[in-house]
Design a protein around this ligand. Structure first.
Ligand code: MF3
Ligand code: CO
Length: 252
């Protein structure tokens, strides 16, 4: 079921989204060689709770950590542990927070020290792909318009589109209808309407789009072990476009 959010609900989702944004800004300076992913996760957990929110990932379908931390060939859903970040890594923090019953969700890929050209390429164009997808978010357009735009852009830049994972509606549940795939056909799928809240999240790979699941049953990695990147914002459909909820605070 697709729900349209009321003004009151959107106000709460703005707060939830802003908590996610602030958590990204808080964690970014810690992403240096030598820190363990467990240390990052602990910092995230404490910071989100200090803002009167709950890390939504913890316990979600049994997920054991506060946020998802995915390195290099890990696409999404990496679990914190003793692994240390190294110079030359790229690391994706996918952060979800729940405030007064409403969720915000944003993923971002960061460089650790100096990264190679392949990683620079996949990071730069996956971030751009997010905004290319978001350009399609307006009333009357359809879900397929987003996926079409993302996949055409990925093709232009020789990146793979992970098809096994999608963006999603979001609200009182972290994952709501509709699915928001990163591929699709123009003018197809659910029509976007003012008040819908969706997470748009291209997950693109440097080479083959094929992925596999690690034995921990969570971490999704590229089959060819080339790097992947992931950029995600939670947005509300407005009368003429969209508003990013997981960005900087906007007054008025
Ligand atoms: N942002 C992630 C997603 O949309 C959140 C996953 S929470 C987890 O898939 F618990 F499943 F990891
Ligand atoms: Co998401």
């Amino acid at each position: 079921m697709i729900t349209l959010k009321s003004k009151r609900e959107i106000e709460l989702m703005r707060v939830a989204g802003n908590i996610v944004y602030k958590t990204h800004k808080y964690l970014e300076p810690f992403l240096k060689p030598g820190i363990t992913t467990q240390e990052i996760d602990d910092l995230a957990d404490a910071y989100i709770r200090s803002l009167d929110a709950i890390p939504s990932c913890k316990g979600y379908e049994g997920f054991p950590a506060a946020i998802c931390i995915s390195i290099n060939d890990e696409v999404v859903h990496g679990i914190a542990g003793p692994r240390k970040l190294e110079d030359g890594d790229i690391v994706t923090l996918d952060i979800c927070a729940c405030y007064k019953g409403y969720h915000g969700d944003s993923g971002w890929t960061y460089a650790v020290g100096n990264i190679d050209e392949e990683k620079k390429h996949v990071m730069k164009y996956t971030e751009e792909a997010l905004f290319v997808g978001l350009e399609q978010v307006k009333p009357g357009n359809r879900i397929g318009d987003i996926g079409y735009a993302v996949s055409e852009f990925a093709k232009e830049h020789h990146l793979g589109v992970v098809k096994e994972l999608c963006g999603h509606g979001i609200g009182t549940d972290l994952h709501e209808d509709p699915d928001v795939p990163n591929y699709g056909l123009k003018h197809t799928g659910v029509k976007l309407r003012e008040g819908m809240v969706i997470a748009v999240e291209p997950m693109l790979t440097a080479k083959s789009p094929r992925v596999e699941l690690l034995d921990d049953d969570w971490t999704v990695v590229t089959e060819d072990h080339h790097p992947a990147a992931h950029f995600e914002h939670t947005v509300v459909v407005t009368s003429d476009g969209y508003e990013i909820l997981t960005g900087e605070w906007k007054d008025g």
